[in-house]
Design a protein around this ligand. Sequence first.
Ligand code: 5GP
Ligand code: MG
Ligand code: MG
Length: 184
Amino acid sequence: RGQSAAADPRLAGRALKRVAFSEAQIAARVAELGREITAFYPDDDLLVLGLLKGSFIFLSDLVRQIARPLHVDFLVASSYGDATVSSGTVRLLYDPETELEGKHILLVEDIVDSGRTLQKLVELLGDRRPKSLEICALLHKHIATHLDHPVRFVGFDAPEEFLVGYGLDHAEHFRHVPYVASLQ
Ligand code: 5GP
Ligand code: MG
Ligand code: MG
């Protein structure tokens, strides 16, 4: 797709299989998502809650495409460690300091796979009485059998491969790669 993962000096000699979404594709889609989100919210009190670490690049690009007042905070949850398969346990390592009650919460996630992580977070955040709670994910594998909540805003339908780049890691590598590529 006009971008090669083979000769990228960011990879330290490790090979990525294929570029799934290029920088240009991502930028165009993030701009569209920003417009969708801007139009979606009827009033203020929008809190964009990024799930660290995977969402940090997506979130920073996305909020600059949302043309309305908003606040930003983060959550840190842990479910995968360095493995490529979900363990099913979700730990909250950092809780947002911002008051959530009465806010429109937009939870920003890098990728939805089984949906376990998000299901747990939706339950936790729902208990804090937000005005609304929606999910925005850059990538969605559509096998989220564990998620009982719609993913309202989706960047791309993702292939069932392990993806890295644009914030997504494997064992903390590749987060700074500016495109999304498959690992194996
Ligand atoms: P889930 O709980 O939906 O199975 O997975 C949630 C988290 O696992 C995602 O937010 C992401 O951090 C990680 N994950 C799932 N699929 C992938 C993938 O293809 N690549 C990477 N790098 N992380 C993934
Ligand atoms: Mg994640
Ligand atoms: Mg990870």
